[in-house]
Design a protein around this ligand. Structure first.
Ligand code: ZN
Length: 244
């Protein structure tokens, strides 16, 4: 069986401009996400904002089963043509995993159709993520809950459509809660939003976070189901009065 083809897309700006972020992710957030996926046997490439076509040419997208998206400070610099191409690939079956501040990416907002706005606070507070759908493949192998000692807070209300499945809920030391793991189907594609991953904390080195991302890649990869045909259609049975 061919390995699942994963493209990890990262804006890759904080790591260049903020020493604090560079200290946590010297190779970039994309490499921190890509390395454990490579070690798990996935076929992983990375792509970043400042490459031509943001590294997401038609050929790359066609060769991608699951796209992972991390962006924050430059959502508006992502070209509308690339956004359209990504959205159309999701409709035709590519999986998409949107991480943390990717909630405000053009790609996620256009797939959700809502503002995707939320409450936030950078206090480096304790986050506890509860598994609320223990049979779901994305949380396979996880404990009942896991914790991140320091994270940015995201709080409700998170302006998203009701998820198809709610998999994880976060609680923060300051008192807020948040829908941290949400699945959607858009066209033939599967979408997973996963909250943790503020750039100044080593969240993507956490083993539970890595497990969620790995499981989500497997879940979101195309299942090889029927390719629907749309548009004008000849009858399958003989239809009285029907003429070509
Ligand atoms: Zn953040």
């Amino acid at each position: 069986m061919q390995p699942i083809r994963v493209t990890v897309w990262n804006e890759f700006r904080h790591e260049k401009s903020h020493a604090e972020v560079q200290a946590v992710y010297p190779q970039g957030i994309h490499e921190a996400i890509a390395t454990p996926l490579r070690e798990s046997g996935f076929a992983v490439r990375t792509a970043t904002l400042d490459e031509p076509s943001h590294g997401l040419t038609k050929e790359v997208l066609e060769d991608t089963d699951v796209l992972i998206w991390w962006g924050h400070m430059a959502h508006n610099e992502v070209s509308d043509d690339v956004v359209k191409a990504v959205v159309e690939r999701v409709w035709s079956g590519m999986g998409l995993i949107v991480l943390h501040s990717g909630h405000f990416s053009k790609v996620f907002k256009s797939l959700m159709g809502t503002s995707c706005d939320l409450k936030w606070r950078e206090a480096g507070e304790h986050e506890r993520l509860w598994v609320v759908n223990p049979a779901h493949p994305i949380v396979q192998g996880l404990p009942e809950y896991f914790e991140l000692p320091h994270e940015e807070m995201y709080g409700e209300h998170f302006d998203i459509p009701a998820p198809d499945e709610l998999v994880l809920i976060s609680w923060f030391a300051g008192g807020e809660v948040f829908r941290s793991g949400c699945t959607y189907h858009r066209g033939s594609g599967k979408v997973f939003y996963f909250r943790p991953g503020h750039e100044t904390f080593p969240t993507y080195f956490d083993q539970n976070v890595q497990r969620v991302i790995k499981n989500a890649v497997s879940w979101a990869s195309p299942s090889g189901g029927a390719q629907p045909k749309r548009g004008h259609s000849e009858p399958i049975e003989s239809l009285p009065g029907w003429e070509k």
